[in-house]
Design a protein around this ligand. Structure first.
Ligand code: TYM
Length: 334
């Protein structure tokens, strides 16, 4: 609890171009929850270097991502938006938690398996211990709730296990966090292959809608989306392409999938696909405009970066000192 409010932590990597999946599965919920909770939203740049990055590109993308958080509607005066690399406690706690995490647990992580297959020439130790850094991110702020898409659930389960293990040894040190998964949009699939999640790193650019795509591109990608020959708008597993488009439409309009199905009852894909595109455009266009406006205001963004890094450092140091004491590190001499 901070000032009587429950604490929320979440983060996003500044790697690749953000997709509609990142927005609907995470960012959109962050905005909604930002009024109710004391929120820490991090640009997790330390996670990004587990795969090789061009330094100038990473720096630029990290700044764009932080700006995007604000453009999406998160008030940076009321919520803490900051770069992970500006708060040294993340790395310090991650080291300690490494000593409370088993190799077997990390070996089971599907994201590690996927990424090692994709980057076979660079299976580094950071890629392996990535979930421990993620646990440190969350536990450092004593987060009660962590809004994420479904693909991060396994990492969140591990975080809970590490927290409980530590608490069992040393008493109630960490809050054990709960995941927050949105009702619709928690797993947006590729438009070209609805068995795969929509991903920043997809080689086929038509599979993903990027947050900065212009209206024509969005329309084209939606019209080309892979569907089936059933010809009816139904929300069922046998029609994964249509099901995904229903999810996208529903998440963008605030409707339930059932309401969307009712709205398009008796209509064909030729009518539904452009409607999905319009719904996406009406969500992304204001975001893009606000992003463009904010990007020009260097001094304002710099101010946010400075203030929020200080706040995040202050809050996280409290947990870190407690943990260091518990494991037996000597007290600092003042
Ligand atoms: P990242 O950067 O891959 O994704 C950011 C958020 O977007 C969600 N997401 C999706 N949701 C729905 N459909 C999709 N197709 C889709 N693709 C991505 C993700 O679930 C995530 O919520 N390891 C994390 C970043 C992280 C983090 C943390 C998150 C680091 N520390 C602490 C929460 C708490 C990651 O790589 O997310």
């Amino acid at each position: 609890m901070i000032d009587g409010k429950k604490v929320l932590f979440s983060g996003m990597q500044a790697t690749g171009n953000l997709t509609l999946g990142n927005y609907l599965g995470a960012l959109k919920n962050w905005v909604t929850l930002s009024e109710e909770y004391e929120c820490f939203y991090s640009v997790v740049d330390m996670h990004s270097i587990t795969v090789r990055q061009d330094p100038a590109v990473l720096r630029k993308r990290a700044r764009n991502l932080l700006t995007l958080y604000i453009a999406a509607g998160i008030d940076p005066k009321k919520n803490c938006l900051y770069y992970q690399s500006h708060v040294s406690g993340h790395a310090e706690l991650a080291w300690i938690l490494n000593c409370f995490t088993y190799m077997g647990e990390l070996n089971r992580m599907t994201q590690f398996k996927d990424k090692s297959a994709k980057h076979a020439d660079n299976i580094n130790a950071g890629l392996f211990t990535y979930p421990v850094l993620m646990a440190a991110d969350i536990l450092l702020y004593q987060a009660d709730v962590v809004p994420v898409g479904i693909d991060q659930m396994q990492h969140l389960e591990l975080t809970r296990n590490i927290a409980e293990r530590f608490n069992n040894i040393y008493g109630d040190v960490f809050t054990v966090p709960e995941a927050y998964i949105g009702k619709v949009g928690a797993k947006i699939m590729s438009l070209q292959d609805p068995s795969k999640k929509m991903s920043k790193s997809d080689e086929n650019p038509n599979g993903s809608i990027y947050l900065m795509d212009d209206p024509d591109t969005i329309m084209r990608k939606c019209k080309r989306a892979v569907t089936d020959s059933e010809g009816c708008i139904a929300y069922r597993e046998e029609q994964p392409g249509i099901r995904n488009l229903i999810d996208i439409y529903s998440a963008c309009t605030g409707k339930t999938p059932q309401e969307t199905v009712a709205e398009f009852d008796g209509k064909g894909y030729g009518e539904f696909k452009p409607a999905v595109a319009e719904a996406v455009i009406s969500v992304l266009k204001p975001l893009q405009d606000e992003f463009a406006r904010l990007s020009k205001d260097k001094a304002y963004i710099d101010g946010i970066i400075k203030e929020n890094a200080e706040k995040a450092s202050y809050v996280s140091t409290k947990t870190l000192r407690k943990v260091q004491r518990k494991v037996g590190f000597p007290d600092r001499v003042r």
